[in-house]
Design a binder for this molecule. Structure first.
Ligand code: ASP
Length: 427
C-alpha cells in the first residue's frame, strides 16, 4: 500500500514536469510579456521557490548528520580510507572520460562552424578568477566549523563530519549516545524529505514552466547544433558510460538502477542544483537501491560537490565550439589541457545553478581562447544546466552503488526488488 503511494508520487512528478513544459511553451507563445511576468510573480515564482527552499533547508543538517552517522558506523578507519580513495579515483576517471567524449564528438559534429553569424552575439563577459588548486585543498579545513555550516561550505562540512565520525569511532562506547542522537536526528530529517517531496509535482511544474516562459523556444533553435551535441554526449555518458560501469565494475543490472533513479534526475533537472538534490539522492540510494548509509552519506555529498561529469561535458563542447566559431583550431596539446583543466574546473564547480558556465572561463583562459566567447552560449545555458545537473547526480549515485558492491555491502535484495513497478502495472 505504502509502496503504491510512493510510486504514484513519482508518476505525479513526471506529470508535473511534462505539464510544466507544455504550459511554459503555450504561455510563451500565447501571452504577452507582462502577462507572463505576472504569472511568474504571483504563482510560478513563489511555488518554485517554496519547493526549492524546502529541499535546500535539509542539505546542511542532512550532510552533517548523515555523514557523522555514516562514518561512525563504518567502525573501521582503514575501510573508510579505501572507499574514499576508490571514490576519488573513480570520480576523476569518469570526469576525464566525459570530457574526452565531449571533445571527440564536438570535433566530429563541428557545432561552431558554418558561418552562423554567431559572433555578433559576443558581448561582455567577466572572467571568474580560477581558484588556485592548492587553495582548494587548504580551504577544505574549516577554521570555524559553525561558520562553515552557516555558510553551507560543503567541502569543509564534509571534512569536519568525517573527522567527527572517525574520532567517535576511535573513542567507541563512551560516546555511543552522541552518535545515537545524531542517527535519530538523521531519521527525522529523512522523514522531512518525504514531507517536502509530497510538494515536488507542483514545485517541478513551477520551476520548469518558469524557465521555458522566460527563455522561449527560439534560443534553442539558434544554438541547436551546440545544444544537440551536448545533449548527445550527456546521454552517452549517462546511459553508456554509467551503464557499463554499473554492469562491469559494479556487477549490477543498470536498467534496474535507472528505473529506480529517474525521479531523482527529475528533481536535479528542475532545480539545476546537485546540492539541492542531495537529500532525495541519499534517500533513493539508501531506500530503493540498497546502499548502506555508511557509504552513501560519504559519496553523495562529496560527489555533489566535486563530481560534475555533466558540467565537464558542457565545458568540453563549449570550448571546442567557441574555438570553431572564432576560427581558432585547437592543437592536441591544447585539447589535453582542456581535459585536465575541465576536470579540475568541474571539481571546483559548486553544485548550484549556472556555476559551470563561470568555471568555463578558467578552461578558456587556460587554452588562450577569448573568455567573451561564453556569451555565445549564455542564452541556452539555463536549459542545458538542467540536463547536465541530472547527469551530475546520476554519476554520484552510480558511483555509490558501485562502491557499495565493491565492498560487498550492497543489499541486492533491495536493489533488485521491483515490487513498486509491478504494483504500478497492476493498479
Ligand atoms: N548546476 C550544476 C550542478 O549543480 C553545476 C553547473 O554545471 O553549473 O550540478
Amino acid at each position: 500500500m505504502k509502496e503504491n503511494k510512493k510510486m504514484s508520487l513519482t508518476i505525479k512528478i513526471l506529470l508535473g514536469l511534462i505539464l510544466g513544459i507544455v504550459f511554459g511553451i503555450i504561455a510563451n507563445a500565447a501571452f504577452d510579456k507582462s502577462v507572463n511576468e505576472s504569472i511568474i510573480k504571483w504563482m510560478l515564482g513563489p511555488i518554485g521557490a517554496i519547493f526549492l527552499r524546502g529541499i535546500k533547508m535539509l542539505v546542511v543538517p542532512l550532510v552533517l548528520c548523515s555523514l557523522i552517522a555514516g562514518t561512525a558506523s563504518v567502525g573501521d578507519v582503514k575501510k573508510l580510507g579505501r572507499v574514499g580513495i576508490r571514490t576519488l579515483v573513480y570520480y576523476t576517471l569518469t570526469t576525464a572520460v566525459a570530457i574526452t567524449l565531449a571533445i571527440i564528438l564536438a570535433s566530429v559534429i563541428k557545432p561552431g562552424t558554418g558561418g552562423t553569424g554567431l559572433l555578433s552575439n559576443v558581448g561582455e563577459f567577466k572572467a571568474a578568477e580560477a581558484p588556485f588548486i592548492m587553495d582548494v585543498f587548504v580551504n577544505m579545513i574549516p577554521t570555524n566549523p559553525i561558520k562553515s555550516l552557516v555558510e553551507g561550505e560543503m567541502l569543509q562540512i564534509i571534512t569536519f563530519s568525517i573527522l567527527f565520525g572517525i574520532a567517535a569511532t576511535m573513542i567507541g562506547k563512551p560516546v555511543e549516545p552522541v552518535i545515537n542522537i545524531v542517527k535519530q536526528i538523521n531519521e527525522v530529517l529523512l522523514k522531512i524529505i518525504g514531507i517536502v517531496m509530497a510538494f515536488a509535482p507542483a514545485g517541478v511544474f513551477a520551476l520548469i514552466s518558469k524557465v521555458i516562459m522566460i527563455q522561449g523556444a527560439d534560443v534553442l533553435v539558434k544554438l541547436l547544433k551546440y545544444g544537440v551535441t551536448i545533449i548527445l554526449v550527456l546521454a552517452l555518458q549517462a546511459i553508456v558510460v554509467y551503464g557499463l560501469a554499473l554492469k562491469f565494475i559494479g556487477r549490477v543490472n543498470p536498467i534496474k538502477f535507472f528505473k529506480k533513479f529517474w525521479p531523482v534526475m527529475v528533481v536535479a533537472f528542475s532545480t539545476s542544483s546537485s546540492n539541492a538534490t542531495i537529500p532525495v539522492n541519499l534517500e533513493t540510494c539508501e531506500e530503493k537501491l540498497g546502499v548502506p548509509n555508511s557509504i552513501a552519506s560519504f559519496t553523495i555529498p562529496l560527489g555533489a560537490t566535486i563530481n560534475m561529469d555533466g558540467t565537464a561535458i558542457m565545458q568540453g563542447v563549449a570550448t571546442v565550439f567557441i574555438a570553431q566559431v572564432y576560427g581558432l583550431p585547437l592543437t592536441i596539446n591544447q585539447l589535453m589541457m582542456v581535459v585536465i583543466t575541465a576536470t579540475l574546473a568541474s571539481i571546483g564547480t559548486a553544485g548550484v545553478p549556472g556555476v559551470g558556465l563561470i568555471t568555463l572561463s578558467m578552461v578558456l583562459q587556460q587554452v588562450g581562447l577569448p573568455v567573451e566567447g561564453i556569451s555565445l552560449v549564455l542564452g541556452i545555458d539555463r536549459i542545458l544546466d538542467m540536463i547536465r545537473t541530472a547527469v551530475n547526480v546520476t554519476g554520484d549515485a552510480a558511483a555509490t552503488v558501485i562502491m557499495s558492491n565493491l565492498e560487498n555491502e550492497l543489499d541486492l535484495d533491495v536493489y533488485n526488488d521491483f515490487k513498486e513497478v509491478e504494483l504500478e502495472k497492476v493498479s
